[in-house]
Design a protein around this ligand. Structure first.
Ligand SMILES: C[S@@+](CC[C@H](N)C(=O)[O-])C[C@H]1O[C@@H](n2cnc3c(N)ncnc32)[C@H](O)[C@@H]1O
Length: 383
């Protein structure tokens, strides 16, 4: 089968590395996606193990179309009742980049009609479309005149890991958090501290990475379990093997927040992953926090509340910079923010900057090593 694994922009290379670790197969790099060939075992393993993937899709049918009829006919040619039955629900989403088709919704509609008509002709009945929680999700991708029909084997996106039952107002996407930890090169040996931990996404992802826990082990639903070709024995074997791969690493993980409900949420979420974890989650304001260890690995995602007056937000970032400089020398700080101006106000020189997207919001991840005498810089140095 031809497999397409979707991810965030900028994550393609690290996702291909991850897939190689999981499957020993070299994936080809695409745009916000990577491509590989594989069987059901690979599909199930990717769904269970990929920390950096949003969805695992399988190509069902490829054809050319430059008008509505060709689009419809191509989808009608494909045998849909090999995939699902009239008693189940489905949805079609689309990504269209073509001079021949202007509206992606219209493309979805045409494919849906072709599927419904084919079932109607064969059974006198058709399966229902369900937008929110369908049994089967399909994607149509049109690039110029090339049409790709794909089956979403994941169902819900893979950032829905199942452990995060409680969140704050601005929780970080789990895949983004895992990617940031990967980019940072954290090696589990240094204590990892999130001093503004919110619902604890960095800490949860770090714990799973360090202990080699599959990110989706807590998930109850995957698209592939509803497919006609679902192999329950294979899936059970893959999950059992995964549980055996868990190690006894005890990473030092600490989280702080100045909102009590976030402390409760983080503790809860981490306990959902490993009830015996040693993570220390404490109510504390960052500006009162003395480093609990030397040589810490700080990962933080300060608030970038668009509703707060910009000037106030910038003063907040300036204070973060001053605090880091005076109290945290010997540590490394990795900071993610969507307030690109705010980041400049930290005023400490980053040695690495990575552009990332948190949904539609452009964010920047900066790495600032903190050392004695590190100088505050003026102006737009984090540009
Ligand atoms: C953008 S959220 C972090 C979200 C988090 N990464 C997650 O995945 O849930 C920023 C967090 O910083 C916390 N915060 C804001 N000011 C703080 C301060 N002075 N000290 C400690 N935490 C603070 C907020 O309560 C909020 O939970």
């Amino acid at each position: 089968m031809k497999i397409v694994v979707r991810t965030f922009a900028g994550f393609e290379e690290i996702l291909a590395d991850e897939i190689f670790q999981i499957t020993n197969v070299k994936a080809e790099i695409g745009k916000r996606a990577v491509y590989l060939d594989g069987d059901l075992e690979i599909i199930y393993s990717l769904n269970l193990w990929c920390r950096l993937a949003l969805e695992v899709l399988v190509e069902l049918h490829n054809y050319k179309a430059s008008n509505e009829d060709e689009l419809y006919n191509g989808a009608y040619e494909f045998i849909w009742d090999n995939e699902f039955s009239i008693h189940e629900t489905f949805s079609i989403s689309s990504v269209v980049n073509s001079p021949f088709f202007n509206h992606s919704k219209y493309a979805s509609l045409k494919i849906k009609d072709a599927i419904a008509d084919q079932f109607n002709k064969k059974y006198g009945k058709r399966p229902s479309v369900e937008r929110d929680n369908p049994d089967h999700k399909f994607l149509v991708r049109i690039s110029h005149d090339q049409v790709n029909l794909l089956w979403n084997t994941s169902g819900d996106p893979l950032f829905k890991r199942g452990y995060r039952k409680m969140t704050g107002v601005a929780p970080l996407n789990e895949v983004l958090a895992a990617g940031i930890i990967k980019f940072s090169g954290w090696d589990f040996k240094r204590p990892l501290i999130d001093p503004m931990c919110g619902s604890g996404t960095f800490l949860c992802e770090a714990l799973m990475i360090a202990k080699n826990i599959p990110p989706s082990i807590e998930r109850k639903n995957f698209g592939f379990t509803k497919h006609k070709n679902y192999d329950h024995a294979l899936w059970t074997t893959i999950k059992n093997k995964a549980n055996e791969k868990k190690n006894e690493n005890k990473p030092v993980l600490m989280g702080y927040d100045n909102l009590n409900e976030m402390i409760i949420a983080t503790r809860n979420n981490i306990n959902n992953i490993d009830p015996n974890n040693d993570c220390k989650i404490t109510f504390k304001d960052f500006f009162d926090l003395e480093p609990p260890v030397e040589n810490a690995f700080l990962i933080l995602n300060p608030p970038y509340n668009m509703r707060i007056a910009q000037e106030k937000n910038h003063m907040f970032y300036e204070k973060i910079g001053t605090r880091l400089k005076h109290s945290w020398s010997g540590s490394d700080a990795w900071i993610l923010s969507g307030d690109l101006e705010g980041l400049k106000h930290i005023g400490l020189r980053p040695i690495r900057k990575i552009k990332l997207f948190n949904g539609p919001i452009e964010t920047k991840l900066v790495h600032i090593p903190l050392y004695k005498g590190s100088k505050k810089i003026k102006g737009n140095k984090i540009g």
